[in-house]
Structures are given as C-alpha cells and as structure tokens.
Design a protein. Structure first.
Length: 367
C-alpha cells in the first residue's frame, strides 16, 4: 500500500495517456478532477490486487462517451457519492475499493477522484491495460464477469442502474443513454469480488503509468545519462516499436453514437519522407497502415506522440500540420487469446485483416 498525492498525479496522467492509445479522454480535464479531489479530501490509498481481502467488493469507476464532449462538461464533485450509493443499495453490501476500468487521461484520473471523495482505497489494476471504446471490452469479461448491474449518472443528476442479459446489451443501452444525456456519463460497472480482480485484472497499471509518465517527463535527461538519442531512449523504456514519423496532412473526424470516429493521414518526414500513412480510430487508434501495408492493429497499442517531447497526442487533439511519431506497444497477453480477439481483434472493428502481433509485423520489416 502507498499513497497517491498531488505530486504523483501528473506522471500517472501522462503515462496513462500513452497507454490510452489515443483514447481515454483529455489528461488536462482528468488531472483537474483528480487534483481537486485530493486537495479537498486528502491522498488516496493505492493497494495491490494481492492486498485485497477475499470478501472485498470492488467497483471500477469511469467516464463513458466521447472524449471531446467530456472536455466541455467535466465531472462534478458529488456524482461519485450518488453513483456508489446506488451500487451499495442494489447489492446490499459496502464497496471496499474502486479501480480504473481502463488506462487513459480521464479514466486513470476519475478513480483517484472517486477514491479520494469516498475515502476508499484504489486498486492498482484495471480491466484493459490500455483503453478500448466499448464496455464489454474488458479482461473481466474474458473471465465471465458481468458489466451489469451498472450504475450511471450525468452532470444534471439523471441517474439509474442497468441490469442486462449480456455485456454487449450493457454497452448498447448505456451508449443510448449516454447520447440522450449529452454525450458523457460517469459510470460504475463490473462490480466484482476480489478473486475476479486478482485472476483477470491487469495488475500494476497505475504504477506502470506513473513510471512511464516520469520517464516521458525526464526523457532528455534519461537519454543523456544512457548515451542514447531521446527517441532511442523513449522506445527503450516503453518497449515500443517505431511505426512511422510524419506530419498530419488531414484529419477526418465525426462524433457518432457517442464515439469519436476518424482517420488521420500522415505525410512522412525524416527517414519516412516520400511515404504516407494513415491511422484509423474509434476513440482509440485501431490500425496504422504505411504505404498500403499494415504495421499494427488492435489489440496492440498504437500511440501517437510528439517527436520532440514524446507527450502523447490523443485522437481528439489531432490537427493539421502537427508532427507525430507513431509507436506500437504490445498489449496484455490475455487480449491475444481467441476469446480476447473475439472481443477486441481487428475484425470486430470492421478491419478486414487477421491479427498479427506488432513485434512480428515490425520484425518482418527488419526493424
């Protein structure tokens, strides 16, 4: 167990934004929400999944909807109390801890705010090891856990509890409610016992985010100490594969069904001059194609970062003329199983290719 204070939030948000693979919300909004809660209520106790008592009742907290809309609406200070009161009343048992549902600039931060305001611990684990756009896309689902009963609330106070027959029904009904409520909801889902968290959670995600954030923030100093270029150092500490470097020539984007859909078109710079690439996204980046050849697809992480500072660039911040470095990171092993690929493989998103791990695709290109 350790505490998360104000000084820890910046690095956690930065690293989690990288792991968000383009999604998971604006880190600025997330940081403001978490810092306000910690400033008012005190630091948050972070516990490992193995520290949970077997009878602990754990409830992940998150934001659902289009990240661009959340930037405008934000999250209120009192929503978590009503949300978790509904959960406690429905199950007739107290909530022992919360945890992130996914990584990302907002959804790594909301559980910190939730834990601070409710005075409960936060578990150092999540259900994705990255961010995905739909509720049923969680490692807990691979283990048979149900996303519902799922509690939700919007900033106006509209609230309820969904009980559905499948996780996909939870996604579809909650998505309709999200659209009706203006594009975003604060939610509590995958309410589960400690053994499920221990068996199917992605352990250490908060600590990993913090380490990544610190390394990004100090990349130039770290590179100098290691005798590497900053880019080499970034790829080294992330374990990433270089996919492309270019300037954004066009961004096609639309908000539909409470998702951000689109494609970023890149013109190569440096060693990639003369090449073109595109990155498709649905909140999160889904595939990277360079000169007609697939370089990475979900469930592996496709991350766009500033080539000088290595600050992650979420999909809602993509704009014409911005220079980006595209990097592929390996996903959590459970996503590479047949059940995992059924949930989050490229074909689920309408990408007509078989999944090939990013390390194999890059190895095939001699990189």
């Amino acid at each position: 167990m350790r505490e998360i204070g104000l000084n820890d939030i910046e690095d956690i948000a930065l690293g989690a934004t990288l792991l968000g693979a383009g999604g998971g919300g604006d880190p600025y909004i997330g940081k403001l929400t978490a810092m306000a809660a910690v400033r008012e209520c005190g630091p948050v106790r972070l516990i490992g999944a193995d520290e949970l008592p077997d009878d602990a009742f754990v409830v992940p907290s998150a934001s659902m909807g289009a990240p661009t809309i959340l930037t405008e609406k934000g999250v209120g200070a009192h929503e978590f109390h009503r949300l978790f009161d509904m959960v406690g009343m429905f199950f007739n048992r107290p909530v022992y801890a919360t945890m992130p549902a996914e990584a990302g600039g907002v959804n790594s931060m909301l559980p910190i705010a939730c834990a601070a305001r409710l005075g409960i611990p936060m578990v150092d684990a999540d259900g994705m090891g990255r961010a995905f756009p739909e509720l049923q896309m969680a490692t807990f689902a691979i283990g048979g856990a149900s996303a519902s009963p799922m509690a939700f609330i919007d900033e106006k106070g509209n609230a309820g509890v969904l009980s559905t027959v499948t996780n996909k029904w939870t996604e579809d009904i909650a998505r309709a409610a999200t659209t009706t409520c203006g594009g975003t909801l604060t939610i509590a889902l995958y309410c589960m016992d400690a053994p499920t968290v221990k068996a199917y959670g992605v352990h250490g995600i908060v600590t990993r985010s913090q380490k990544l954030g610190h390394a990004i923030r100090t990349a130039k100093e770290g590179a100098a100490a290691a005798g590497m270029t900053p880019e080499e150092y970034f790829l080294h500490f992330t374990g990433g594969f270089k996919l492309f470097k270019g300037k954004i020539a066009d961004v096609l984007r639309e908000t539909r069904g409470a998702f951000n859909f689109g494609r970023a078109v890149l013109e190569g710079i440096g060693e990639y001059r003369g090449s073109r690439a595109f990155v498709d996204f649905q909140n999160e980046n889904l595939q990277c194609v360079v000169d007609g050849e697939v370089r990475a697809t979900v469930p592996d992480l496709i991350c766009l970062v500033d080539p000088e500072t290595f600050i992650p660039v979420p999909t809602d911040a993509l704009k014409y003329g911005k220079r980006v470095l595209a990097v592929g990171l390996t996903c959590f092993d459970m996503w590479r199983t047949p059940r995992g690929l059924d949930l989050v493989g490229p074909r689920y998103f309408g990408i007509d290719v078989d999944y090939v791990p990013v390390e194999e695709l890059c190895g095939q290109k001699g990189e």
